[in-house]
Design a binder for this molecule. Structure first.
Ligand SMILES: Nc1ncnc2c1ncn2[C@@H]1O[C@H](COP(=O)(O)OP(=O)(O)OP(=O)(O)O)[C@@H](O)[C@H]1O
Length: 278
């Protein structure tokens, strides 16, 4: 068992709280397969630091698969294969010798369905990622980190007097913000969000959207959404994915969100963002 001295532990937590900032993520000719089914074909996309990039497109075109290639979650599926590179500030997260845990710590993920540990306290839920990464800390550092992450996730005021209650006692929207706080505790440089509001009511959705707007000052955000209004509200740029007639998914068009919605270059983008299919 490794024992971390208290001072070093506090330094580690400090670096988790105030270390690296948002990074640019670049997918370079990424292809993905499940068995012999190719679902993405040479997809390239730059997701700039401090911006929100929305991935849009009809069901089955490969948005979630693409998202999972961005923090090495795709390779958890036994039949999955991948080609191409994913560069985090220029360094390929798939380079031999780079640990998978390193990529996951720098590139966090928030899922469609909120997944807090239901019986664990709110306080311990926020710190759960630190424990998984083997970072130990003194009580004061932990208290500061919990407050900071819950504040950033827009949940602190609602829960500060009941941090010992279980995660499962929160509403769905609060649980999702708790999951965002948990992701932030390991100080990711990029946050991937896979339809984070699809299980939430409109008020909670709006609250998460506000949180996204605030978070981009410190993390790069990539969000999959089926909700075109949401893509228009929260993102700086959009990538429109399409898999036509059984072919693998590709990016048909990518660009500034205003341009994608108001003056798309490709007629298929225009049809999709105007709700004519998908
Ligand atoms: N675990 C898996 N095993 C085999 N095939 C999969 C798996 N996950 C996804 N696929 C297939 O990969 C393709 C892309 O799926 P993906 O979920 O990435 O699309 P999507 O655009 O995110 O869809 P949706 O909007 O419905 O979530 C689909 O044909 C899907 O059936």
């Amino acid at each position: 068992m490794t024992v971390t001295p208290p001072q070093l532990a506090d330094t580690l937590v400090q670096s988790a709280v105030g270390g690296d900032t948002a990074a640019t993520l670049r997918a370079d000719t990424v292809s993905a397969w499940f068995g012999d089914h190719k679902v993405l074909d040479r997809v390239s996309l730059t997701m700039p630091a401090h911006e929100v990039t929305a991935l849009i497109g009809p069901s089955g075109c490969g948005k979630s698969t693409f998202l999972r290639t961005l923090n090495r979650m795709h390779e958890l599926i036994p039949t999955a294969a991948l080609a191409g590179r994913v560069l985090l500030d220029g360094g390929d997260i798939y380079d031999r010798g780079r640990r998978i845990t390193h990529a996951r710590r720098q590139i966090g993920m928030v899922f469609q369905k909120p997944n807090p540990f239901p019986a664990m306290s709110l306080y311990d839920n926020v710190l759960a990622g630190l424990k998984l990464n083997g970072i130990k800390a003194g009580r004061d550092s932990k208290d500061d980190l919990v407050e900071e992450c819950l504040t950033k996730a827009g949940l602190w005021r609602e829960v500060k007097d009941r941090l010992r209650q279980p995660g499962g006692a929160l509403s769905g929207g609060q649980q999702q913000r708790l999951c965002i706080a948990r992701s932030l505790a390991v100080r990711p440089r990029v946050l991937l969000m896979d339809e984070p509001c699809s299980a939430l009511d409109p008020t909670s959705t709006r609250r998460i959207e506000e949180t996204i707007a605030e978070l981009k000052t410190e993390v790069t955000i990539v969000i999959v959404t089926h909700n075109m209004q949401q893509a228009a509200r929260v993102s700086d740029s959009c990538a429109f994915f399409l898999a036509e007639q059984g072919t693998p998914g590709v990016i048909v068009e990518h660009g500034d969100t205003d341009a994608m919605f108001n003056a798309p270059q490709d007629s298929r983008t225009a049809d999709y963002v105007n709700g004519r299919f998908g």
